[in-house]
Ligand binder design. Structure first.
Ligand code: GAP
Length: 544
């Protein structure tokens, strides 16, 4: 069964496997859990680390800075930083997060549930002479959910569903003015929602012992600002010239109103961001380069073309400084069929961020590109006041670079790779009988365990010693697993569920032919190779 069925039962199986096999656990579970926070278990931590490592290798350390790489407009450089989570509070004022990084929330007085206003959708339904707006959450299977809620409200049986008259398509709650007729997602009565209230998503903390209003600081809601404020440091301390991409992987925090869909929307998560600085005249070309490159990265890491789309934002969705933003979206199984959820955004940000950190953001609504003057007619900087422009030492041109920002979520990528990998098929058991098996078909680069080593018979001294030696030799380079318990078929199945691409078995023939069997997880193909070439064989297969 391929994972295209996009249903919640598939998601339930994935969530259950994640817990059972140690990929993901609810944070603070023994105390009842903490909503929006997740812990990675022994397999999960390896998977997520491998994803981050592959991203860093492919985007930063492995980047060819001597030649024009495929489809790139010119030669360019890539480097990285690791900035702090808590930064000067003024950074968030200049970036706009302090004033503008908020959602609107509504509370249900009856169910005591809290929702993001923009995530509630519904339909006008009429029956028994009354017209009400029946709501549900946007990511749920709307039509059937709305119908069953309307039937319940009007006390009608399913066979009488023809009595319901729909007078609209599914629309957003935001567009509904008549709130007294709204049936909230988990309410039984009408008009239980409060008016929408603004809610800033940044977590607050205090720095220092006094803890007064002046000591308030924020946990970063994105890693990007750490890169912008260090742009000049990187240029001044290295010999990099533009075009240059600066990458960072790290934790970000958002006090999401409704964390949901497993790790998809969490309150603590990791981002993998690149700020790519270039000449304004070339920024359109670089924007299209990064869009395409980032999409193809997911394909090369094993996400099928049909599960991934690139959604270019409409002109009216764009910020005033941007000439383009595209979301790379994945068909997560918790979404209704045909819908996709954001995995990564690629944004053309113009010179907005560097200018804001030079000149300051003036107030909530004003254009940050206009410099505010003080009473003496001098620029009244609320930014750093530092010159963050770039001087090209070859042309002597000085300019504020434009920025292209490919911004990915490490946890969302991990979730997408988990969903993509989940597969059910049939494989022969130890008696040769075909049995249902669950297999996690991870790309070998990101698989948590690269190989498992088994002696066929535990009590055979040669088999056991040879298997241990192979295990220790592989362990110097990879995360590998040794298992001598249970029947061989059972051992294979355990590794299939963990997504281990190769199982190496030492058997009775190994003593005479000095060879072992390597079984490939997806094709179930088994080949015989000499014991002394096991490490190079596994290395070649994993690194390609
Ligand atoms: N600097 C740009 C920026 O932060 P974003 O679209 O807000 O843009 C980028 O976030 C990526 O971070 C998203 O595409 C997603 O993968 C991840 N992300 C954002 N909020 C998240 C959350 N609450 N939980 C998990 N991942 C999240």
């Amino acid at each position: 069964m391929a994972n295209t069925e996009a249903d919640s039962s598939l998601m339930k199986k994935i969530v259950s496997l994640c817990k059972r096999r140690g990929f993901l656990f609810q944070s603070s579970e023994i105390y009842g859990g903490l909503n929006g926070f997740w812990d990675y278990g022994p397999l999960g931590v390896e998977l997520k680390r491998n994803i981050k490592r592959a991203w860093w290798q492919d985007m930063v350390t492995g980047h060819d800075d001597l030649n024009v790489v495929e489809n790139a407009p010119s030669v360019f450089s890539m480097t990285g930083i690791d900035s702090t989570i808590i930064m000067h509070p003024q950074i968030w004022k200049c970036s706009g997060h302090y004033d503008l990084f908020h959602d609107y929330m509504v509370d249900c007085k009856q169910s005591k549930r809290r929702y993001r206003h923009d995530q509630i959708v519904g339909r006008w339904v009429e029956a028994k002479g009354q017209k009400i707006f029946v709501t549900t959450l946007a990511s749920e299977a709307c039509e059937s959910e709305i119908e069953s809620k309307a039937l319940k409200f009007f006390k009608l049986r399913a066979k009488n569903k023809e009595d319901l008259v729909y007078s609209s398509e599914v629309i957003d709650l935001i567009s509904v003015e008549e709130t007294t007729s709204v049936l909230a997602p988990e309410a039984k009565a009408l008009d239980t929602l409060t008016s929408p209230r603004e809610f800033n998503l940044m977590f607050k903390t205090t720095v220092g012992a006094l803890g007064g209003e002046d000591d308030v600081a924020f946990l970063r809601p994105e890693t990007a600002q750490g890169i912008f404020v260090n742009f000049k440091n990187v240029i001044d301390s290295t010999r990099f010239r533009l075009p240059l991409g600066i990458a960072q992987i790290g934790k970000s925090f958002r006090n999401e109103i409704t964390p949901r869909n497993f790790t998809f929307r969490s309150r603590e998560f990791e981002q993998m961001e690149i700020e790519f600085f270039c000449h304004p005249d070339d920024s359109a070309k670089w924007y299209s380069y990064w869009r395409d490159r980032r999409l193809s990265w997911y394909h090369t890491m094993g996400i099928s073309e049909k599960s991934l789309i690139m959604r270019e934002h409409h002109a009216d969705e764009l910020a005033h400084y941007s000439i383009g933003t595209a979301d790379i979206e994945y068909a997560f199984p918790f979404l209704p069929e045909g819908e996709y959820g954001e995995l990564e955004g690629v944004a053309h940000r113009g010179d907005f961020d560097l200018r804001s950190h030079m000149e300051g953001k003036l107030d909530e609504k004003s254009n940050p590109l206009e410099v505010q003057l003080n009473e003496k007619g001098k620029p009244k900087y609320r930014g750093s006041g530092k010159d963050l422009q770039y001087r090209d030492d070859l042309t002597n041109e000085k300019y504020t670079p434009h920025v292209i920002e490919p911004s990915a979520g490490a946890d969302r990528a991990t979730l997408a790779f988990l969903c993509e990998a989940y597969y059910e098929d049939e494989a022969p058991d130890e008696n040769g009988k075909m049995q249902l098996r669950t297999v996690m078909r991870f790309h070998p680069r990101i698989a948590p365990i690269k190989a498992a080593v088994f002696p066929l018979v535990k009590k055979d001294e040669f088999q056991s010693k040879t298997a241990r030696d192979i295990y220790l030799a592989l362990k110097r380079e990879f995360n590998v697993f040794y298992d001598e318990t249970a029947a061989i078929g059972k051992r294979y199945r355990r590794q299939d569920e963990a997504g281990t691409p190769y199982c190496i078995t030492v058997d009775g023939d190994s003593v005479t032919d000095q060879s072992v069997t390597i079984r490939e997880r997806d094709s179930l193909e088994q080949i015989r190779i000499p014991i002394d070439s096991v490490v190079s064989e596994i290395r070649n297969r994993i690194l390609g």
